[in-house]
Design a protein around this ligand. Structure first.
Ligand code: FAD
Length: 500
């Protein structure tokens, strides 16, 4: 095949590969010829099943109908993550999507909760959180369906079957003209003057020439690490979990609207409800528990009957030192790994594609684009890393794994943020941080950090006025929840509507 200025070769057909191919083909249209090469013999990791709300933007960009998507991927709606046993073994809180109560300019709603608690008023932040109330009631409908009187914004994401999702994206990408090649990449050629990759060589002797190569080959990092040896920044001293066991089990009788993350003695267990099964897994540190004991923990914690034996996955937390090196961009697991505690991996794929589209190489001038891409990607990864570390740090669990996590040194920026919140309730949202002020508040409060003071603006009401406001706000939200359909009923109706 002849190279031209816009020939893009994607290596890998997991979620990263097909999402990249579909979005590049959709947005760049005739300006790019996208070819995807994948090896069925190698297969995909196939466990990315919980997402966060920006996934809705991917579906919108690709013009995906929600009902068709739910049917094709076995998806359920996700309104947040329930953290069981994190602060202390008996604790439970929801990191639900979206905000709570009503913020004032310069003064977030949580400051009013802090003041109310100090003055002996009932002040549960989550009583004013529409997503959390819908999670508890098991009710959902998107804003558009409650118009013209939407009850409250209800940001949502999905739980879906990763294998089915990849297949679904493949259909869309091929419909947009992406060419798929089955084969195993075994070598590359590079230009002697620039070091850029010029072609990939397949096991069967074929070669693929291109101008830009996207490495979506998964955790092996075939192009970025194995061939270009870009280097890996290891973060396992901050996040020492290095293994996961994954197992499917029977579906829940009623589909929960949340991913469940339950802290265990040497890690944590996830449960992701789909229409046809649960996805389950245990993320753990092999320094604290062996694989057999981890499997026992996982199986004992299932809420429904297992459908298979657990599958072991190994990982190393960190990121590629440069996620764009020469003319190779690493997207997906080849770009780094952060454990799925906050369901951020698929979001990182989406964000990398959007960044690449913004900074798409101009003919002959890729250097400034590449440097900026790498700068932004590094910050984004670090912000998510810090948010995940927060869960391990702010807790009072008794087991050695947890006491050591509590005592471990923190990245400087996280240390500063925790201190700021603990003293005055102040949250600072850094650039490229996907987590909003409300997300930080929920996890900080949920993990047991209570501010010692509130913003002066929260003192501007009488105690009685504050109590009335709280009561009224909670009532309006409770009434709003009652108007929504049950989750399973909404799923069935939406799928039936679009099947008709
Ligand atoms: C335990 C665990 C739980 C997770 N849970 C979540 C979650 O809940 N939410 C979330 O957002 N993310 C989650 N993730 C991450 C998520 O699974 C991945 O981000 C996502 O699936 C993307 O993977 P990928 O496409 O980069 O890699 P893969 O799925 O591994 O795909 C790699 C592709 O590259 C191809 N390939 C490799 N080498 C070659 C070669 N030499 N020649 C040709 N083709 C090749 C393979 O055939 C395959 O098609 C989880 C990950 C793990 C490990």
């Amino acid at each position: 095949m002849q190279a031209d200025a816009t020939s893009v070769i994607v290596v890998g057909g997991g979620t990263a590969g097909w999402m990249t191919a579909a979005l590049l083909a959709k947005i760049l249209g005739a300006r790019a010829h996208v070819t995807l090469v994948e090896s069925e013999a190698i297969g995909i990791v196939g466990v990315g099943e919980a997402t966060i709300p920006p996934i809705c933007a991917v579906n919108a960009m690709l013009g995906i109908d929600e009902g068709a998507f739910l049917r094709a991927t076995g998806a359920t709606i996700k309104l947040g993550i329930r953290f069981d046993g994190w602060g202390r073994p008996s604790d439970s809180y929801d990191h639900s999507f979206g905000g709570a109560g009503r913020d004032l300019p310069f003064c977030g709603f949580h400051h009013f909760c802090t003041r109310a608690a100090m003055e002996g008023l009932p002040a549960n932040y989550w009583d004013h959180d529409f997503n959390a109330l819908c999670i508890q009631a098991g009710r959902f409908a998107p804003d558009a369906e409650t118009a013209p009187n939407p009850v409250w914004p209800l940001p949502h994401a999905y739980h879906f079957d990763a294998g089915l999702y990849g297949h679904f994206l493949r259909g869309i990408a091929e419909g947009l003209g992406v060419r798929r090649i089955e084969g195993r990449v075994v070598d590359i050629s590079r230009a002697p003057e620039t070091g850029d990759v010029t072609a990939l060589h397949l096991e069967d002797g074929r070669s693929l020439e291109g101008a830009l190569f996207i490495d979506c080959s998964g955790s092996r990092g075939l192009l970025i690490e194995q061939f270009l040896q870009t280097g890996y920044e290891d973060w396992s001293h901050w996040l020492p979990c290095d293994r996961a066991l994954a197992v499917p089990s029977a579906r829940e009788a009623v589909s929960p609207l949340y991913t469940r993350a339950t802290a265990r003695a040497a890690g944590w267990q996830w449960r992701i409800p789909l229409q046809h099964r649960n996805g389950n897994g245990l993320v753990y540190s092999s320094a604290y528990i062996d694989d057999d004991a981890a499997a026992d923990t996982l199986m004992a914690g299932l809420t429904t009957a297992a459908q298979d034996a657990p599958r072991l996955l190994r990982f190393r937390t960190g990121r590629a030192r440069r996620q764009w090196h020469h003319n190779v961009v690493a997207i997906g697991l080849s770009s780094g790994f952060l454990e799925p505690l906050e369901s951020t991996s698929i979001y990182l794929i989406q964000s990398a594609i959007v960044r690449l589209l913004h900074l798409f190489p101009h003919d002959g001038r890729p250097d400034p684009q590449r440097a900026e891409y790498n700068r932004q990607s590094a910050i984004e990864y670090e912000r998510i890393r810090d948010f995940v570390i927060l869960h391990y740090h702010a807790q009072h669990r008794p087991e050695p794994f947890w006491t050591e996590r509590r005592a471990a040194a923190l990245p400087d920026r996280l240390d500063e943020k925790i201190a700021l919140f603990a003293s005055t309730g102040t949250i600072v949202q850094d650039p490229f941080d996907i987590f909003t002020e409300a997300s930080w508040v929920k996890v900080l409060l949920g993990q047991g950090i209570t501010p010692a003071a509130y913003h002066p603006l929260a003192g501007g009401f009488s105690r009685d006025a504050l109590a009335r406001q709280f009561e009224q706000m909670a009532m309006v939200k409770r009434q709003g929840v009652a108007r929504l359909p049950l989750h399973d009923a909404w799923l069935s109706a939406t799928m039936a509507r679009t099947a008709a």
